[in-house]
Each structure stands twice: as C-alpha cells, then as structure tokens.
Design a protein around this ligand. Structure first.
Ligand SMILES: O=C(O)[C@H](O)[C@@H](O)[C@H](O)[C@H](O)COP(=O)(O)O
Length: 237
C-alpha cells in the first residue's frame, strides 16, 4: 500500500445515529474544555443535508450553552425563510432544548449580495472567541468543503493558507446561489477539526483527494494538506 499524499484518520460507524452520537460527544468535549479554560467558546458547523441528526444530538448535550457561540462554516446567500438557508437549519435542529441558550451568529446579513454583506458579516464574526473550539466540515460529491467550490473565482484566495481575510464571498456554478464562507486559515486553526461524511460516494471522493493532486480540482485537499495533523474524518455507509 502506498502512503497517501494527505493522510487522514477515518473512524467508521455502523450507521448515521452512531456517528451522530460520537460526533456530538467529541464536539461537546471540545466546547466544554474551552469554556473551562476561557469562560467561552465558539463552534462553526456546516449546513447541507448531512448534519441534521448530529445537530439534534448535540442540542441535548449538557453544556453551559450560554457561554457558547455558534456560527456557520459557510452560508448560501438566502434569507432564513428559504429552505436553502443553513441558518434556518441550525435554528430548527440545533438551537433548541439546552442549546437554545447559545448565541448564534449567522453569516447572512440581509444585504442584496454577499459582497455587499461581507463587511457586516466580518464585524459579527470578529467578536467570536478565537480560534474555534470546534469546526465540523462537510463535503460535497464534487470535493467542495465549506464554500470552497471547484471553479470558483475566489477559490485560490479562500484556500490560501497565508490569507488574512476571515470571510469571503463565493460564486460558483456548482454552488447554486452566491455564498459566503470562512476562509481556510480560521477553519484549520480550530482546537478540534472534523470532517463528517456519509455514504460510499463521499468516501471514494475523499480517498481520491487524499491520494494527492491539485486543490483546484478537489478543494477538500486544501484542508487535508493544511490541517495541523491528519484530518479526523467520521464516516458511515
Ligand atoms: O452550505 C453547504 O452546502 C455546506 O456547508 C456544504 O459545504 C456542505 O457541507 C456540503 O455541500 C455537503 O452537503 P450535504 O451534506 O448536503 O451533502
């Protein structure tokens, strides 16, 4: 067996419920540790279809949620009335029960475009305790993570490990609507950085990415190649 260009550590679970329990336990532990150390903590989570069960499980975690800030790794530039809104997903599935006490910092500002809203969104996230205690990434079948989409004009700036912008507006064919995303540096600086993927297709994409090649083709490579240690991946069929 050849060593992959970008090593990662994969934990495989039997089913989505077992994965969600393990993921929620890891994230809760990272949040608890940061609250104990600093008095507050922040968490950045992904939207899309995969994380719903994880959100539901985490919402019941016995944490001092009033000390926890929650934001999104990326957001589609739509209001919360849209069924494409990641913020709406977080409100519906995470910010309830004990987790209703968390402070949520959405990325959508109501401005007409993400370029117009960028400064206000930057100001909102600048107030978050940094670095993130935990970041949970997802991945699309095209190898995008956060809003690092193949073919996006902003891609090389968004995944520049030496970049200084925290947020960036992104437009890409595969993205649907315009988006706003955290850039690579604040994401890989998290105390705990996890990738949550489900299904054989995504696992195959991850393995192809890890074998090496250009991040412009499979942007998840930017995370695999710049994470401070082999990326922790939670997977189930
Ligand atoms: O807003 C988004 O779309 C996400 O934050 C995105 O990066 C997501 O994690 C992947 O697209 C996977 O999405 P699925 O879970 O729907 O496959």
């Amino acid at each position: 067996m050849t060593t992959p260009a970008f090593p990662f550590a994969l934990a495989a679970y039997d089913d989505p419920a077992a994965l969600a329990r393990a993921l929620a336990a890891h994230v809760a532990e990272a949040l608890r540790a940061r609250v104990a150390r600093d008095g507050s903590a922040s968490l950045a989570i992904s939207g899309g279809r995969t994380p719903t069960r994880f959100f539901e499980t985490l919402s019941g975690a016995p944490l001092d949620w009033s000390r926890i800030n929650v934001t999104l790794v990326d957001e589609r530039w739509v209001p919360e009335t849209s069924d494409r809104s990641n913020a709406a997903l977080v409100r519906r599935h995470l910010l309830k029960g004990p987790a209703a006490a968390a402070r949520f910092v959405p990325l959508f500002t109501g401005a007409p475009t993400p370029e117009d809203g960028l400064a206000d969104a930057e100001a909102a996230v600048a107030a978050l305790p940094a670095p993130f205690a935990a970041v949970v990434l997802g991945m699309g079948d095209d190898g995008h993570t956060a809003s690092f989409f193949p073919g996006a004009q902003a891609l090389s700036a968004a995944i520049d490990p030496a970049g200084t912008a925290r947020l960036m507006a992104v437009r890409a064919e595969g993205a649907g609507e315009p988006r706003i995303t955290f850039t690579l540096p604040p994401l890989v600086a998290a105390d705990l950085l996890l990738l949550h993927i489900e299904g054989a297709t995504k696992r195959a994409v991850l393995e192809r990415a890890a074998a090496g090649g250009d991040a412009a083709e499979l942007p998840i490579r930017a995370v695999l190649g710049n994470a401070p240690r082999p990326l922790d991946v939670l997977w189930c069929p």
